[in-house]
Design a protein around this ligand. Structure first.
Ligand code: SF4
Ligand code: SF4
Length: 184
């Protein structure tokens, strides 16, 4: 039951990629550049990988000049830094495609990632997202029925089983908490 969104990239139809390079040319992270540098200095693999690939635009204005639509699609404030990949070539292809890092290999890694306008994965991701939302809603109903069962007089064995099922449902829903699953 506990489908894990981590498997999304494994079933992603790669043929949908238009090789436009937008997702390599304008990128940002929730963490600031300074935070990433600090994490990298502490040996954080995610930060090290990211900074090995991406160099920051000096200003948001510089990024806007490269791809205004994508920058505005992502959104920004005074703390936002945008980045471009050092390995993206002028023809929009990756110069290290065969040895690209997992963060590239797995993109789009979740159904909730913000892909650029016009990205070939847009519709597919929306469908994946809708499936997850539907599943969470169905699981919430399932959980309610288990909770009602628990209010009845039932054996210890059944009680254990129901609690296990509820914990499993909570686990699935919590996987998507940062995307708002508790409100769906
Ligand atoms: S933005 Fe989408 S279509 Fe363009 S290169 Fe990236 S994954 Fe492929
Ligand atoms: S290494 Fe290649 S796939 Fe990864 S961000 Fe850079 S250009 Fe894109």
């Amino acid at each position: 039951m506990t489908e894990n969104e981590g498997f999304l990239w494994e079933r992603r139809p790669q043929s949908l990629c238009k090789k436009c390079g937008k997702c390599c040319r304008i990128v940002t992270t929730p963490k600031s550049y300074e935070e990433l540098q600090k994490l990298a200095s502490e040996g954080d693999k995610g930060a090290l990988d990211f900074l090995e690939l991406f160099e920051p635009y000096e200003t948001v204005e510089d990024a806007l000049l490269v791809d205004r639509e994508q920058v505005e699609h992502i959104g920004y404030d005074e703390n936002t830094t945008f980045y471009k990949c050092r390995f993206l070539q002028k023809n929009n292809l990756c110069s290290r495609y065969d040895t690209r890092k997992d963060l590239c290999r797995h993109c789009p890694s979740t159904a909730f990632v913000i892909m650029p306008p016009g990205c070939g994965f847009t519709e597919w991701i929306e469908n994946e997202k809708a499936k997850i939302v539907q599943k969470v809603r169905a699981l919430k109903k399932e959980k309610t029925s288990y909770q009602q069962e628990l209010l009845k007089d039932c054996s210890e064995h059944k009680r254990l089983m129901l609690n296990k099922l509820i914990a499993s449902i909570d686990n699935y829903i919590n996987n998507y908490e940062k995307y708002g699953s508790h409100e769906w």
